[in-house]
Design a protein around this ligand. Structure first.
Ligand code: ATP
Ligand code: MG
Ligand code: MG
Ligand code: MG
Length: 472
């Protein structure tokens, strides 16, 4: 069934309402009373305390569409068909109420009957020891054995250091061999984009003790999560999550601002998708009161704005453009489901504008400094390689991105000592890691958002590293 993004969202919520779920609005991206998380990255994250029993849920059955940010996926954005840093997660939850059978049956019913996804395209994975889930899929739902894949702990088991944990079962849609790695025998579990993971059903049935023993819970829980954009990609048969109805509007706007025609250059297309993704994250983060800064959430926001601005530069955009672009998001997502975007419109626009313009100034300042280094330290002394320490200082003190340093030096027939630069980076990363460990709390893993520090600082060191190094 070819449904629009907002139609899929409301179909889903209506479906679970009809199964006696209480539909709650999305929680903020900023975790409440939870120091273990930087940002909300899953539908269950704001409801942790309902699962542990610390708080009593307003209903034992809840369904939401939760805005999520996963900065750990940033390096996949624009490259894979299915990863965004910002996305919406549909989820139905049982707090000690229904369990495996209902979760699997309702998932199947929703996908095949309400969305009319063809049964022949659907696959499931289960935890390899979970015979119960395997049987439900095979004997009760009728999914043939060859389309049920048993996977190990790293894929299909969810747990913390201690506390509630359990196996998962994930549902995949086969988009056809042309989307994948090319291997005829490719299956869910392969990291390519042929089998797109749409829904994760987590069966929280154990309580894990300090020794690592699993005790069955008297009232097991259900936690599910399904990417709204991925579903839309499947239903609308687009190549990736950015080309679906609502998000395509952002691509169109970037085209008109940049005069670049999407689809005409592979690398520039990546930049278009990166901007498309980041501007959604940026808009929703600011709406939820985050402001650019040098730490924590503010740092995430700052780096997203800078990264989007830089990719704009790759498309040939010279002026600030992100605040204009954010209006597309405010208009569409603010229309019905996220009304707060409209209320916060002025703030969103002014925060983006100020930060982007400051960054453009930074770039200008960095270019002036770099010009100076080129004249004094390179031309003046007949050297052809800028030291790694100086490149790092430009990056660290002045916020001047290393890829720009490389690019500008190359234009002037100079190189940069990337080994020296990397050494400085490594040291800084080590320090950041230490600071993080010191402030770590036990709790739900925040792996996905923790990684932003590493990925942001390493992304452009990896940028064409080999070819640049070969030059040195
Ligand atoms: P993948 O293996 O494709 O990276 P995941 O296993 O990390 O996905 P889960 O943690 O199981 O994803 O999250 C539940 C659902 O949320 C996924 O099945 C998917 O539909 C969606 N989802 C997860 N990460 C992203 C993302 N970065 N962008 C868009 N949707 C996502
Ligand atoms: Mg993932
Ligand atoms: Mg997965
Ligand atoms: Mg998963």
């Amino acid at each position: 069934k070819n449904l629009k993004l907002h139609e899929i969202r409301s179909e889903y919520l209506k479906f679970f309402e009809s199964k006696e779920h209480l539909v709650l609005p999305s929680f903020s991206l900023i975790p409440k009373n939870d120091k273990s998380l930087l940002l909300i990255g899953a539908g269950m994250a704001p409801m942790k305390k309902y699962f542990t029993g610390e708080l009593t849920p307003p209903s034992r059955r809840v369904a939401t569409c939760q805005k999520c940010i996963r900065t750990g996926d940033i390096e996949n954005v624009g490259i894979t068909d299915r990863h965004a840093t910002f996305f919406e997660m549909l989820g139905n939850f049982s707090f000690g109420d229904y369990f495996k059978r209902e979760a699997i049956f309702w998932a199947w019913e929703f996908l095949t009957e309400n969305l009319e996804i063809s049964e022949k395209d659907l696959w499931a994975t289960v935890f390899f020891e979970d015979d119960e889930a395997y049987k439900i899929w095979n004997e009760e739902v009728g999914l043939p054995k060859e389309k049920i894949v048993r996977l190990g702990k790293e894929d299909n088991f969810w747990e913390l250091e201690v506390g509630p944990s359990g196996p998962c079962s994930e549902i995949f849609v086969d988009r056809g061999v042309e989307y994948g790695c090319g291997d005829e025998n490719c299956k869910p579990g392969c990291d390519c984009d042929r089998f797109i993971e749409v829904w994760n059903l987590v069966f929280t049935q154990f309580d894990k003790d300090e020794e690592g023993n699993y005790h069955p819970l008297k009232h097991p829980n259900i936690d599910t999560g399904m990417g709204l954009e991925r579903l839309a990609t499947v239903l609308q048969k687009t190549d990736n999550i950015f080309e679906i109805d609502a998000i395509k509007n952002i691509i169109d706007k970037i085209e008109s601002i940049s005069n670049y025609k999407y689809g005409s250059d592979k690398n520039k297309d990546i930049s278009v998708r990166v901007i498309t993704d980041h501007i959604r994250a940026i808009t929703f983060l600011i709406s939820d009161t985050v402001r650019p800064s040098n730490e924590g959430r503010g740092y995430v926001l700052r780096r997203l704005i800078r990264r989007a601005a830089r990719h704009g530069r790759i498309l040939g955009i010279k002026e600030s453009f992100l605040s204009e672009l954010s209006k597309v998001i405010i208009d569409y997502w603010g229309r019905d489901y996220y009304k707060e975007l409209n209320e916060n419109k002025d703030r969103i626009i002014s925060v983006i504008k100020a930060e982007e313009e400051k960054f453009l100034e930074t770039i200008e300042q960095g270019m002036a400094l770099l010009d100076n280094y080129m004249v004094k330290d390179l031309k003046g002394t007949n050297k052809d390689t800028l030291s790694g320490d100086i490149a790092f200082k430009l990056y660290d003190t002045y916020g001047f991105p290393i890829d720009l340093t490389i690019e500008i030096l190359a234009e002037n027939n100079f190189k940069v000592d990337l080994k020296g630069f990397n050494k400085n980076m490594e040291h800084q990363r080590e320090m950041a890691r230490k600071a993080r460990d010191d402030s770590d709390n036990i709790g739900w893993s925040n792996r996905d958002n923790d990684e932003i520090f590493e990925s942001f600082t390493s992304e452009f060191v990896g940028y064409d590293k080999e070819s640049v190094e070969a030059n040195i």
